[in-house]
Every structure is written in structure tokens, then in C-alpha cells.
Design a protein around this ligand. Structure first.
Ligand code: MG
Length: 207
């Protein structure tokens, strides 16, 4: 399976990192070894002094396909959850400066904690609120209505390049409020269901 990630999909986040708004989705990937499941702790890697949290809505692909038209994209995912796209911001800045690929800053081991999934019928996909708390304080308050590229546009775009397979994951970009984590921090992510209930979806301790 593969993990496809979209960068700069929320205007406020692009702004906070001084990036221009993209005309097309910015796409990168993480390998399956980046996934961190079952609320396991995240160990800070030794190659970075600046690991940032990026909370993102994650789509789970339920059907194989390529060259998917936006109007059919909804048929290709049935479950939605939350994940964190941990980023070694200092390493990424060095890569960007040299014009090098980002992988070592984005795709390293355990860089993608993944929470519980919900059936998309339980969620208001176009007005989906999601939140990240650090040590009990809100740091990222997101809503999918602020996305630059919709789920359908993302699926259509990435499937022109990469054949989507059942079980693949798509991280759909982070809202504003990214920031550093340090040893001892506890991150907890919440998702709002259609009926208004707030669910704790993901929790990880930084060690
Ligand atoms: Mg991200």
C-alpha cells in the first residue's frame, strides 16, 4: 500500500509557511513504514531539532482505479479518519533550499500516526471539523470547507499519476497552526460526527 500526501491544501497554512498558493495539488508520498498505529508513542528522530505536527483528514481508498473523474471520485473512498504528517521542518527547509526532494523530512519511520476510521456516511464531508490538542490546548482547528482542492479533485488528480489500490491512504493537507513538538508532549486529535458528537480519534505521546 502507499500513502499519498497533499501539501499546501489550506490557504492559511500555506501563508504561515510563506508558500504561494498552489495551482495544482502538491503531491508527495510516504512508505508504509511511516505509519504509526494503535496510539503508539512517537520517538523523536535524532536527525532533526524541529519536528512539526500537521493534522490532516485521511481518506482510505476502497477500490482500485486510475484516471478517475472528479464526479466518480466518491466511489473510491468509503472511510475517513485523521492522521498526523510529522515533518522535520529543519531538514525540509534544507532540502527546499537545495532544490532536493523532501523524503527524508517527510517519509521517515513513524512519521504518519494514523487514527480510527469512520464511515463517510457518519460525517459531513464538506463541512468536517477536526482538531488537534497539544497537552490539552487546541493548536490546530480545521474544517474541510477551507480546503483549496476538494477530496474529488485530489483523487482525480493523483490517479492520473498513480494507480490507486484498495487500502491506499490519502492525507489531504493540514490547516494552519502547525508547530514543533518536544519530548513529553501529548497530541490528541478529534473529529466531529454529523450528529455533533466529538470523537477522540488519535492520541500519541512524544518521547
Ligand atoms: Mg502535510
Amino acid at each position: 500500500m502507499k500513502v499519498i500526501c497533499i501539501g499546501r491544501n489550506y490557504a492559511d497554512h500555506a501563508k504561515e509557511l510563506n508558500n504561494p498558493l498552489p495551482e495544482k495539488p502538491v503531491v508527495f508520498m510516504k512508505p508504509s513504514t511511516a505509519l504509526l498505529v494503535n496510539n503508539k508513542p512517537f520517538f523523536l528522530p535524532d536527525f532533526s531539532r524541529e519536528i512539526h505536527h500537521e493534522l490532516e483528514v485521511v481518506l482510505k481508498i476502497c477500490r482500485n482505479g486510475r484516471h478517475i473523474e472528479p464526479r466518480f471520485a466518491h466511489k473510491y473512498f468509503s472511510q475517513v479518519g485523521l492522521g498526523i504528517d510529522f515533518t522535520a521542518r529543519d531538514v525540509q527547509a534544507a532540502c527546499k533550499k537545495k532544490g532536493h526532494p523532501w523524503e527524508i523530512a517527510k517519509a521517515f519511520d513513524d512519521s504518519a500516526p494514523l487514527g480510527k476510521f469512520y464511515s463517510k456516511e457518519e460525517l459531513e464531508l464538506e463541512d468536517l471539523r477536526f482538531e488537534l490538542y497539544k497537552n490539552g490546548n487546541p493548536v490546530q482547528l480545521g474544517n474541510t470547507r477551507d480546503m483549496i482542492f476538494s477530496f474529488a479533485e485530489i483523487i482525480s488528480y493523483v490517479s492520473r499519476y498513480f494507480r490507486l489500490l484498495q487500502g491506499d491512504l490519502i492525507f489531504t493537507g493540514t490547516p494552519a497552526g502547525v508547530g514543533p513538538v518536544q519530548r513529553g508532549d501529548v497530541l490528541e486529535a478529534f473529529l466531529y460526527l454529523k450528529d455533533g458528537r466529538r470523537e477522540s480519534v488519535l492520541r500519541t505521546k512524544v518521547l
